[in-house]
Design a protein around this ligand. Structure first.
Ligand code: BGC
Length: 364
């Protein structure tokens, strides 16, 4: 798959420069990068360290890594840091390194807090693949595989504008913004991608944010916890809205989208136009019912497949395919990006044709 060329217009150059400054810069590469490992036994131990079950995609990933790695002949250990957060993840990774894994696949709770573990992995000759969330400010990460997070944000921003136009008549519109957890490296590209689309409309008065909260820090959701969204939205709606209508909410994922919709409902508001991500079952039902406006399909099966293919390539001593580089604040990490797909009521019936379980939900 060819990545969109970033350096073809002045606007793109500005965006690329901004991304580089924030440590999230991506650029295309036609070729693959540094040399791969010399290979390792076909039944090697592989460690997969996942964050918390903050959305359905992580639970799916656990099952898929277990089954796909076993099917490929490897011995997987798949663990969640869960409520133990970054310290638990550090301990689990330490134990995986001691157990003799050949590859570590890491979906970090906090991509900045694993530097000691990653240095130890590098010293032990273990290859490190950042999964879904990049590992930040370290040189000890070999590959990154993910859906294009900045693109996810852009799709969400555009969906919010389109949804407002379709459902709420002509503007100006009152909206609120929600971002993910600040310790998750993805929260920044999600938010910045969306704001690339929304900021000009805030500046020209089409969109009004009555809370006045428009920076990522002001709208972040610690731990991706829906309770935090509900508390924040309840307080904004009671203190800033009165009889004003809340027309839309930028939400970075489905779990938080549903929390925002609940809060609006509790405050007696009509259902606002709310974006999401992850194709969670409850949200697909809500989209079908004409409530949640959109989600983003990032098929976990394909992401795990791409990751397991990297592991297989490394086992065979081959260089895994990468199509881009992502700056993590220290190095440009060879990256394989998959394309996220926007889903609304308009395309939902077709969107999950290749996903047996979700297709049953949208085409019962
Ligand atoms: C993932 C999202 C998910 C969020 C919360 C992010 O890193 O990319 O798909 O919604 O974590 O679990």
């Amino acid at each position: 798959m060819r990545r969109r060329k970033l350096l073809t217009s002045a606007a793109a150059i500005t965006a690329a420069a901004a991304l580089a400054l924030t440590g999230c810069g991506r650029s295309d590469t036609g070729a693959s990068s540094s040399s791969a490992a010399a290979g390792f036994p076909a039944d090697a131990k592989i460690g997969v360290s996942l964050p918390a079950k903050t959305s359905e995609n992580w639970v799916l990933a656990e099952n898929l890594f277990n089954s796909d790695l076993k099917a490929a002949g490897f011995q997987p250990t798949v663990q969640f840091a869960g409520d133990g957060g970054a310290p638990a993840q550090q301990q689990q990774i330490d134990a995986m390194i001691s157990s003799g894994v050949k590859v570590l696949v890491i979906g970090a709770v906090d991509g900045k807090q694993l530097n000691t573990q990653l240095a130890a992995a590098k010293a032990a000759g273990i290859k490190v693949i950042a999964y879904d969330r990049n590992l930040q400010s370290t040189k000890d990460v070999d590959y990154y595989v993910a859906y294009d997070n900045f693109k996810v944000g852009e799709l969400q921003g555009q969906a919010l504008l389109d949804g407002l136009k379709a459902r709420k008549g002509s503007g100006p519109y009152n909206i609120e913004l929600i971002a993910g957890s600040n310790d998750d490296a993805n929260s920044k590209p999600f938010f910045e991608g969306a704001m690339k689309v929304l900021q000009p409309k805030i500046d020209d008065g089409t969109l009004k944010v009555l809370s006045g909260q428009t920076t990522q820090d002001q709208v972040a959701t610690q731990g991706w916890d829906p309770k935090n969204v509900q508390t924040r939205m309840d307080s904004i709606l009671s203190s800033k809205y009165g009889s004003a209508k809340l027309d839309g909410v930028l939400s970075p994922n489905d779990t938080l989208a549903r929390a925002a919709m609940r809060s609006a409902k509790d405050a007696g508001q009509e259902v606002p136009v709310v974006t999401g991500q992850d194709s969670e079952v409850e949200s697909l039902k809500s989209i079908l019912a004409g409530e949640q406006y959109s989600t983003i399909n990032k098929d976990t099966t394909n992401l795990v497949k791409a990751t397991v293919q990297m592991v297989k390539d490394l086992q065979a001593g081959k260089e895994p395919t990468t199509t881009a580089k992502t700056n993590n604040g220290t190095i440009d990490v060879p990256t394989q990006y998959l394309e996220p797909v926007l889903v609304t009521k308009e395309n939902i019936k077709d969107a999950y044709k290749n996903d047996e379980a979700l297709n049953k939900i949208v085409n019962p």
